[in-house]
Design a protein. Sequence first.
Length: 339
Amino acid sequence: MSTKVAVLGAGSWGTVVANMLVENGHDVTSWAYLDKDAREINDQHTNEHYMPGFRLNANLEATSDLAAAVEGAELILFVVPTNVVRSTAQQLLPILQATGNKPILGSLAKGLEKGSYMRISQVLDDVIPAENRQAVVVVSGPSHAEDVATKDLTALTAASTDLAAAQRVQAIFANDYFRLYTNADVIGVEMGAALKNVIAIGAGAAVGLGYGANTKAALITRGLAEISRLGVKMGADAQTFIGLSGVGDLIVTATSEHSRNWRAGNQLGHGERLQDVLDNMGQVVEGVSTAKVAHELAAKEHVDMPITEAIYSVLYEDQPITNVIKGLMARDAKPEFEE
C-alpha cells in the first residue's frame, strides 16, 4: 500500500532514504532547504554535493516549500541536523494546525539538543502537541547512506511508545535489503544514536595516530560501557545497548570511513586543527556538538565517562591528543564491571 511520505532534509541520508522509499512504491516528497538542491533533484535526478555519482529515481520530487512538501503526508521524517530539528518543527507546526493533518513524525537525526539536553523525540514532543500528530517514531541503527545507496543489507530499529506507529514505519521501510525491528525503548535508542558519534571521533583519532586493532577494540568496548552508564541513568533499558542502535551503530560509526565523525577524528589524529576539519567536511559532524552536551550531562548526572571527557578536552580545551591518551591509560586500576 502506497503511503504519502515527506522527507525533511536533502543531505546524504535524507536523499538516500527518500529515494529508497520511492523505490518501495511510496509517494515521496523531499524537502530541501535550498531551492537549487530541489531543482537539481527534480531536473537532473542527482544530488552531487551530498551523494556524488548517485542517480535518483525519476519519481522522487523535491521542493524548498515546506508546506508543499508535507501536504497530505501520513509520515513526516526529520532527517536534518540536530541543531535545526527544533526550528524545522516550529515551521511545521502552523502548517499542521492550518491543515488539520495528523501525521506520524519520524526522526532519523542522531544527537542531543544543546542547552536542554533533550533527545530528538523530546524536541518534537515539546514543539508539536499530541493533537497535531499521531505518534513519534525514532529510526536508528548501523547504517551509512553510501551503503544503503548500493543496497547493502541493512537492519535498523524503529522505536516508539506507540507500537502500532512503529509497525507502520517498519512496513513502509521494508524491502529485500532494508529491515526494521521495533523497540519500545526510545530513550535507549536515542542515547545510543547520539553518544556513539563521540566515541567514533576517538576511534578515528586513534587510527590517525597510528594505533591498531587492539586500541580500536578497547575504545569501542569501553566506549559502549560509558554510553550504557549514561543511558541507563537517563532511564534506558540496558539491553538496548547490546542491540542494533547500541553496539551495532557504534561499530559501524567507529570503524567506517563513510562516518563523518570517524573522518573528523582521523584528521585530528593526523594533527589537523578542528576548525579546518569542520570547514573541509562539507556536512555537519554531529559528534562534535554532542561531545559538549554529553560532557555537561554526565557532570549533571554524576556519571563517569572518561573517553567522552577525553574527547571533549581535545575538542574544546585544546588538549594534545597524545597527552589525553596517556591520561586515560594512567587512570586508577578498577574492576571491568561495576554496579
